[in-house]
Design a protein around this ligand. Structure first.
Ligand code: SF4
Length: 157
């Protein structure tokens, strides 16, 4: 997996103060996408084990308390990203207890593959669905268009 940006301190993408990773790779081609430079899975930099360690350190940093980790892009559930994202989330859940994970994806919850579901089981809040320009509403919190949903995965049965 490649990533396009990593912000160790971010107050925009999700609630509270967070660490945010923008991964590379997305197949949805939404009209009006604000992040087309991330569509190619080859864009950006290689996501390494050192990046996993950096994220764990940042989440556990007591000087600037992070509420959690946001994963966006690109699409964290792009098929070529699943192994790396699953590995990252396993580290986060085991080594940064109490930190919540928010994930943005262009897929919808009902249409995930078994492997995508495996990843989403480690997510607390999923923002799902493609960006639809005719449903764009700048007043929406944490999502760009009204078809997208904030789904509290950790509260589902
Ligand atoms: S899912 Fe997100 S990154 Fe992918 S094309 Fe749509 S808006 Fe752009």
């Amino acid at each position: 997996m490649n990533y396009s940006q990593y912000y160790p301190v971010d107050v925009i993408n999700g609630p509270g103060t967070r660490a945010t990773l923008f991964v590379s790779g997305c197949e949805h081609q939404c009209r009006g996408c604000y992040n087309q430079s991330t569509w190619s899975p080859d864009s950006g930099e290689a996501f390494s084990d050192a990046m996993v360690e950096q994220i764990i350190v940042d989440l556990n940093d007591t000087r600037i308390r992070r509420r959690g980790l946001s994963l966006t892009g690109g699409d964290p559930l792009y098929p070529g990203n699943l192994d790396a994202v699953l590995n990252l989330l396993r580290h986060v859940k085991a080594r940064a207890p109490g930190k919540d994970v928010w994930m943005w994806t262009g897929y919808t919850l009902e249409n995930l593959s078994p492997k995508q579901r495996q990843v989403v089981e480690l997510v607390d809040t999923l923002v799902d669905g493609k960006f639809e320009q005719d449903k764009h509403d700048p007043n929406l919190r944490f999502r760009g268009s009204s078809n997208q949903r904030l789904i509290p995965i950790s509260q589902l049965d």
